[in-house]
Design a protein around this ligand. Structure first.
Ligand SMILES: Cc1cc2nc3c(=O)[nH]c(=O)nc-3n(C[C@H](O)[C@H](O)[C@H](O)COP(=O)(O)O)c2cc1C
Length: 223
């Protein structure tokens, strides 16, 4: 598989088979992703990979808490600005609508939507849950570095026949995640990521999101 194929076949997978992923594979992916670039070579990423009992334990902890606090903990950061503007607002809306359409959940079915969203906190049934942290004192350039590490993980996963779904949704449970994993206070949870084998029969995995054409965001000059 070359880089273009990895990019073209990567998608956010939201239903996985329970088939385990060997530790050696996860280690190889996290290891190869170290080649991601970072400003000043800071390599600000920290990652915790969970499988088996530790994964089940985290999922169970959040499941218990979510009943009392459906919105999670006080956010450590805003996933989106409070009032999103165009074109971002429409893109976000379309992405959500297209996602729920794949599983036939209507707009007015608030419970159905909530239940699907809550699948985030089960890593969509993936056998591996990854959690990405960075030192809270670092700034936007280093967040971007962590994003590049995550993208490297997602592309390398494709090379192993695996799929992923990045999950900012986990950030609303940052305190519980940090406590549960015994992560130091200065490390802040940026995102989770489900990793595993795609369930090819799951309707939700039929979603293919679109992209704005290059003319909308790029200018090429002097060629
Ligand atoms: C940093 C990051 C966080 C994301 N968080 C979530 C999430 O919490 N839950 C989810 O279902 N999808 C999440 N996504 C997936 C996006 O919705 C998805 O990447 C986007 O709609 C494009 O679709 P595609 O990944 O299938 O190409 C996240 C993606 C990124 C890059």
């Amino acid at each position: 598989m070359n880089v273009s194929e990895a990019l073209a076949t990567r998608m956010s997978c939201r239903a996985f088979l329970p088939t385990p992923v060997p530790e050696a594979t996860v280690r190889a992916i996290l290891d190869a992703a170290r080649q991601a670039p970072s400003g000043g070579n800071l390599q600000p990423w920290h990652v915790c990979a969970l499988a088996g009992a530790p994964l089940a334990d985290l999922v169970a902890r959040v499941k218990t808490k979510i009943r009392l606090h459906p919105r999670g903990e006080t956010p450590a950061y805003d996933i989106y600005p409070p009032a999103l503007w165009e074109p971002y607002r429409s893109r976000r809306h379309k992405c959500g609508e297209d996602l729920y359409a794949t599983i036939g959940v209507k707009r007015e079915d608030k419970l159905g939507r909530l239940m699907q969203f809550a699948r985030n906190y089960e890593f969509f049934g993936a056998p591996v849950g990854l959690l990405f942290f960075l030192d809270r004192r670092l700034g936007p350039p280093q967040w971007s570095d962590v994003g590049m590490y995550m993208q490297s993980v997602m592309l390398l996963a494709r090379e192993h026949g695996l799929h992923t779904c990045a999950q900012e949704a986990w950030s609303v449970w940052h305190g519980t995640v940090r406590e549960s994993l015994g992560m130091p206070q200065e490390l802040m949870l940026f995102s989770g990521m489900a990793l595993g084998w795609r369930d090819e029969s799951a309707p939700i995995n039929t979603l293919r999101t679109d992209r704005a054409p290059i003319e909308e965001f790029a200018t090429l000059r002097g060629f």
